[in-house]
Design a binder for this molecule. Structure first.
Ligand code: V47
Length: 364
């Protein structure tokens, strides 16, 4: 295989990967510009198996999207709605509590809760929602509110981001999901989400969360109008912050779904692009412990194959995914525990049920 990699022009990168040397942005360019997916997969798999051996993780989780009312109305998003729109919705704290109560008979270990930037809900709503979830399921880990929401909540609370996080932690917040990162480039934010928190401020909220002992994830929305350079700058910014804090748990490349968005003239991503983003992220983000193949966005079949192209995590059972399905995702809204185990086993990996912080709960 080494001969093959050298003939494909990746000899130097192979040497660096073997010697655990950091890849440069130019190396990243070369990887992204190649269509030799087997070579990319081979290289990414070296890092994947060094970091995670043969393990492939999943989690028993439940998504709760408390409201789609949003003042940002990003062009790539089919979920957000203006207040008063016929498809706008907002759950009360009692609704959130009920959503969690409905599944009390299932061994859910994580509640993943995010929503739009709501113009009116007070800070107390968010605190009370966390407390309500903990009342129903005291042991559950709540992974809630993207860095964009946290910034908004700090404004509502009239406190610093750090002090806001302390209040939320006290109410039950366990960690932050990775959404809202999109592509940090100001050009992309101007084109697709001009009202959203700028990239440098997203990173600042993540830094503060890490300083306050909260682990967070990071995402990148790819497959719209971003360039390869912009993707690599995004990965580089995350890699630098991770060097500084070590607070990121997982990176999740998110495949753009155009349906029902203001960018619906664009095409869906392809299998090659999906696998390439997994492989290049694994290679560039040498300091991230986990790369997640989010089956909701790339489909369970590609996510399964991704376990050989750099990914070590398939996310989880999810239950009632809304954000991607509003944008035309044709995947199921939930996957069974048994299906996840079968997908991982057939990929030749060891299925590991984890909790949010990657503690092992069961090995299959
Ligand atoms: O922030 C919005 C993205 C994100 C579309 O942290 C879209 O473990 C594709 O961040 N097509 C929310 N993507 C989802 C998210 C996430 C999901 C699963 C796990 C984790 C984690 C995080 O979805 C948004 C935005 O970047 N998004 N619209 C769309 N049309």
């Amino acid at each position: 295989m080494d001969n093959y990699i050298e003939q494909a022009g990746f000899g130097k990168i192979l040497e660096k990967v073997r010697n655990q040397e950091r890849l440069t942005l130019e190396d990243g360019q070369q990887l992204y510009n190649s269509s030799d997916i087997l070579a990319l997969g081979y290289l990414a798999n070296i890092v994947r198996e060094r970091v995670n051996k043969n393990d492939a993780f999943f989690i028993y989780n439940q998504h709760v999207n408390y409201s789609n009312i949003c003042t940002n109305l990003c062009k790539f998003c089919a979920f957000g709605r203006e207040k008063g729109h016929e498809l706008a919705y907002e759950m009360t704290v009692a609704d959130v509590k009920e959503k969690v109560r409905e599944r009390l008979d299932e061994p859910i270990t994580e509640i993943h809760m995010v929503g739009g930037i709501h113009p009116e809900l007070p800070f107390s709503y968010y605190v009370d929602s966390l407390k309500a979830i903990k009342e129903v399921r005291p042991d559950v880990h709540i992974q809630a509110f993207t860095c964009v929401e946290i910034h908004h909540l700090a404004t509502l609370a009239g406190k610093s981001v750090g002090d806001t996080l302390e209040v939320l932690k006290e109410a039950g917040l366990g960690s932050l999901p990775g959404g809202g990162a999109e592509v940090f480039s100001p050009r992309i934010r101007n084109l697709t989400c001009e009202r959203k928190l700028p990239g440098d401020q997203w990173l600042e909220v993540a830094r503060t969360a890490h300083q306050h002992g909260l682990r967070t994830n990071a995402t990148m929305l790819y497959g719209h109008v971003e360039t390869i350079e912009e993707r690599l700058e995004h990965l580089d910014a995350l890699r630098k912050l991770q060097d500084e804090t070590g607070g990121f748990l997982a990176f999740i490349p998110l495949a753009f779904h155009p349906k029902n968005t203001a960018m619906s003239d664009l095409s869906n991503t392809t299998g090659m692009n999906d696998l390439k983003n997994i492989a290049v992220s694994r290679l560039m983000l040498d300091n991230f412990p986990h790369i997640k193949a989010y089956w909701v966005m790339i489909g369970p079949k590609t996510a399964q194959v991704a376990l050989s192209f750099g990914a070590d995590d398939m996310d989880g059972t999810v239950k009632e995914e809304v954000i991607t399905h509003m944008a035309g995702a044709e995947t199921a809204q939930a996957l069974g525990h048994k299906t996840l185990i079968r997908l991982i086993k057939e990929a030749g990996r060891t299925p590991i049920e984890r909790d949010t912080l990657y503690n092992v709960l069961a090995t299959f």
